[in-house]
Design a protein around this ligand. Structure first.
Ligand SMILES: O=C(O)CCC(=O)C(=O)O
Ligand SMILES: [Fe+2]
Length: 323
């Protein structure tokens, strides 16, 4: 069932992004995810406490405050513990990740898929490049030896630029949504309108990951911050240049970023498992079972822990624009 107007889809075609305030009911989608992550954090806090990394389990605190205490006291970012994808390097047989049922329900929620359908049609594949991002305030965030916040603001990039070139023609739609209201203070996304009409730009490696150097950034002065309430989504074209602002608030900033495209098109990260989320042509191919999804990630982890790291992007990091 279409959920977007022709005007909204025109906006996306023209500017390469679309912010929609009410895509789903946060109580239906986000509350179960938050409950699930509260238990993931409980396990993490207990583990760190047993290992003597933290001196208190902070068991009485709600998720947002507890994660700040755990990151602040351990002076470590535990992003991989929560993420529903695997890292690009050094996967071990026991690398943590979380692919729980509430997360699966969010990825496959009918309101979300109805909206994705407006962009890419009724055959929908869930791309494995997907993350949960919990960012604690910069004031308490763990820092590296040079004083840079670890897991802070996300630098300018295109999602096409962070996957392999095999996916350049994949009709990949990025869906970003906050679990709590986001704005420019707590680190919402910013976009460069119209940048999706250009090429895939050279990405360089940096402290916060791959980024487009400012010398080749198209129209940074036109960048727009996109505040969003919980329940809203930002949809991005794969070539739209975007970034996330730093979390300068005193609360966490918590988001999901997901990607979808028609089945059969390259994901750009073939070593990781995606799945058919919706199909009229082949309803039997649709994955409905959260436990099977988790098992696919367990299988990928077992395979990848036993082989050299695959390539996850195309960039040779000694490109002259990176100097
Ligand atoms: O949330 C962030 O910090 C970055 C998100 C992003 O780049 C994306 O959703 O593609
Ligand atoms: Fe991105």
């Amino acid at each position: 069932m279409p959920t977007l107007t022709a005007e909204q889809l025109d906006h996306f075609d023209t500017f390469g992004f679309l912010a929609v305030d009410q895509v789903f009911d946060p109580e239906e989608v986000i509350d179960p995810v938050m409950d699930e992550y509260a238990s993931v954090l409980d396990t993490l806090a207990n583990e760190l406490y047993e290992r003597g990394v933290i001196t208190d389990r902070y068991a009485d605190l709600p998720f947002a405050e507890r994660v700040c205490k755990v990151y602040g006291e351990s002076q470590q970012v535990h992003a991989q513990y929560f993420d529903f994808s695997l890292p690009q390097k050094g996967i071990r047989a026991d690398t943590p990740f979380w692919a729980g049922p509430a997360v699966f329900d969010a990825l496959t929620h009918h309101r979300l898929l109805d909206t994705v359908e407006c962009f890419i049609g009724p055959e929908i594949y869930s791309n494995p490049v997907q993350h949960v991002r919990v960012k604690v305030p910069e004031s308490i965030a763990p820092r590296d030896a040079d004083g840079n916040v670890i897991y802070g603001a996300t630098p300018w990039h295109q999602d096409s630029g962070v996957v392999n070139a095999s996916a350049d023609d994949t009709d990949m739609l990025t869906v970003w949504f906050p679990l709590m209201d986001t704005d420019a203070e707590n680190g919402c996304l910013q976009v460069i309108p119209g940048s999706h009409r250009g090429e895939v730009l050279t990405h360089c490696s940096g402290v916060q990951g791959l980024n487009i150097p400012s010398s080749i950034l198209p129209g940074e002065d036109t960048a727009r911050a996109i505040p969003l309430p919980a329940g809203g989504c930002l949809f991005l074209h794969r070539k739209t240049v975007h970034a996330a602002l730093p979390n300068l608030s005193d609360r966490i900033r918590w988001s999901f970023d997901l990607r979808y495209h028609p089945p059969g098109q390259p994901t750009g990260r073939e070593a990781f498992p995606g799945f058919v989320a919706r199909s009229q042509q082949d309803p039997d191919a649709v994955l409905h079972d959260a436990a099977k999804w988790r098992q696919m990630w367990l299988d990928a982890r077992a395979i990848l822990s036993d082989q050299p790291d695959p390539e996850y992007n195309r960039w040779s990091l000694d490109d002259e624009v990176c100097a």
